[in-house]
Design a protein around this ligand. Structure first.
Ligand code: G1P
Ligand code: ZN
Length: 544
């Protein structure tokens, strides 16, 4: 195989964020941009020679071209086996599973998750390590550093690979395996959940469901598993064909962007169960007939009921949530006497805890839930978990949630996002908050007395690594909390996220609307950060 060395010049903006490097497609299409980053990833690995690499993406615009380029760079860097999803497709959780199942050295996942796709939209790339999870920060920092000085990359002189045909192809000493992206993952799901029970409930119509794949990666996975294997009515999966631009939509499963599903679920002909997933299949939104499940509650409910699921019947070793996720799961952990960890935002922080079996389940408020079956959050897994619970408990989604609140109390929760804020204003807000925090402790604002105010810093209990500046938190004596963070996944300006929660033990007040119940805290958050005043906005871009 002829290997060329191509001279290049470095870019200074290849810093991976919360989940890999995300930029506009046009940025990735700049000369040598993708090549530099991929070569930097490989240069920062010990030795790629003779190793296996998994490759696939969410099918967005530029996915196929990027895969052909990466194949040539990977071949030139000595990998001996590339496992690639047919048509270049792999959901993020499926990629994680395939890395683990094949004991691959790692994988490159091409996705910008929930960000829109298309020639003028976003693209992304992320390296996952041999445990199937996102590379830790010390590695992504090293890649960023290297990318700023890189002067050349290697390219194998081989023809483009046929990505459409499932086959094993040998190119001299390189094996290229084009695999069915769904079958291994479907098998894994069957090993976790009670598929017999699910088949009975779904094929008989006892449980009716609609799954919105949002024209993204989970279409083929959901059709195979929910319709073909479990017998849900044909058409239960909507928007099921992955499109390069997600049909012009925003593949983020929330009530704003999954509009078609939201309208159906809040109508008088709603099915028992509704769900949606995002661009790369790791997020989930769960909705019952006329009932929305907050992701933080979902995590707590899965933890509380886990022993009803075959794979978790012997109980959990522990649970974890990202810092801004509500404290609902903490209450379950304390009732079950389980360790509960609080990590910074981003799935990479769960990896060590899962590997060390300190936790079995984990999740984030941003529609992410998962377990030790892979090292990514997993949208369809959460959907199957809920379906399995509904079938087993013979209760509706609303009944399951309300019963949970009665037992543990309700952590009323909401997140307000201000997108595309001018970066100077956003930085000013955080400088101001950083100065304000030390003055707040002990101060009272109406019924809210500040019991702590700090900037979250995390020390990994397994490898001792420290991640600082992970968001500002203000906790109140009555258990309420607010958190301010800047997004690490946005590609335009800064996205300011404000997370607000209040604990309500009184069951007679559990039916409240979250925005109303949190109104005072929302006002207080504005008083502290002044985002509306400084940006002239009247409302958040998205409320979840
Ligand atoms: C967002 C979410 C975070 C999630 C990440 C990747 O990151 O808030 O929980 O892990 O997307 O899906 P952020 O933009 O807030 O940095
Ligand atoms: Zn995602």
């Amino acid at each position: 195989m002829k290997i060329e060395t191509i001279d290049s010049t470095p870019y200074n903006d290849q810093k991976p964020g919360t989940s890999g490097l995300r930029k506009k497609v046009k940025v990735f299409q700049q000369r040598h941009y993708l090549e530099n980053f991929v070569q930097s990833v490989f240069d920062c690995l010990d030795d790629c020679n003779g190793k296996t690499l998994v490759l696939g993406g969410d099918g967005r615009y530029f996915n196929r071209q990027a895969i052909q380029i990466i194949i040539k760079i990977a071949a030139a860097n000595g990998f001996s086996c590339l496992i690639i999803g047919q048509s270049g497709l792999l959901s993020t959780p499926a990629a994680s599973h395939i890395i683990r199942k094949n004991q691959a050295y790692g994988g490159l996942i091409l996705s910008a998750s929930h960000n829109p796709g298309g020639a003028d939209e976003d693209f992304g790339i992320k390296y996952n390590i041999s445990n199937g999870g996102p590379a830790p920060e010390n590695y992504t920092d090293a890649v960023f550093k290297h990318s700023q000085t890189i002067t050349q990359y290697k390219l194998a002189d081989i023809p483009d690979v046929d990505l459409e045909t499932i086959a094993d192809v040998q190119l001299e000493n390189l094996q290229i395996r084009i695999i069915d992206p769904v079958s291994d993952y479907a098998e894994l799901m069957a090993s976790i959940f009670d598929f017999e029970l699910l088949k009975n409930s779904l094929s008989s119509g006892k449980i009716s469901l609609v799954f919105d794949a949002m024209h993204a990666i989970t279409g083929p996975y959901a059709k195979r598993i929910l319709e073909d294997i479990l017998g849900a009515k044909a058409g239960s999966v909507i928007n099921g064909t992955p499109l390069e631009d997600f049909g012009g939509g925003h593949p983020d499963p929330n009530l704003v962007y999954a509009k078609e599903l939201a309208e159906l679920m809040f109508s008088d002909h709603a099915p028992t169960f509704g769900a949606a997933s995002d661009g790369d299949g790791d997020r989930n939104m769960i909705v019952g007939a006329n009932f929305f499940v907050t992701p933080s509650d979902s995590l707590a409910i899965l933890a509380a009921n886990a022993t009803l699921i075959p794979a978790y019947k012997n109980g959990l070793s522990g649970v974890a949530r990202s810092m801004p996720t509500s404290q609902a799961v903490d209450r379950v952990a304390s009732a079950l006497n389980l360790p509960c960890f609080e990590t910074p935002t981003g799935w990479k922080f769960f990896g060590n805890l899962l590997d060390a079996d300190k936790i079995t389940l984990c999740g984030e408020e941003s529609f992410g839930t998962g377990s030790n079956h892979v090292r990514e959050k997993d949208g369809l897994w959460a959907v199957l978990f809920w379906l399995n619970l509904i079938a087993k408990k013979e209760q509706s989604v609303a009944e399951i949630v309300q019963e949970h609140w009665q037992k543990f109390g309700r952590d009323i929760y909401s997140r307000h996002d201000y997108d595309a804020v001018d970066s100077t204003i956003a930085n000013g807000i955080f400088d101001h908050l950083r100065a304000l925090l030390p003055t707040l402790e002990g101060q009272s604002f109406g019924e809210y007395t500040v019991s702590y105010a700090d900037e979250f810093s995390y020390t990994d209990s397994i490898d001792g690594s420290v991640s600082s500046q992970q968001g500002m938190r203000i906790g109140f004596a009555n258990g309420s909390r607010m958190v301010f963070r800047l997004s690490g996944t946005g590609t335009v300006g800064a996205t300011l996220r404000i997370y607000i929660e209040r604990f309500e033990p009184d069951a007679s007040k559990h039916g409240q609307d979250a925005q109303q119940a949190l109104a005072q805290l929302i006002e207080l958050a504005e008083q502290f950060c002044q985002v509306k005043q400084l940006t002239g906005r009247v409302a958040p871009t998205v409320i979840t």
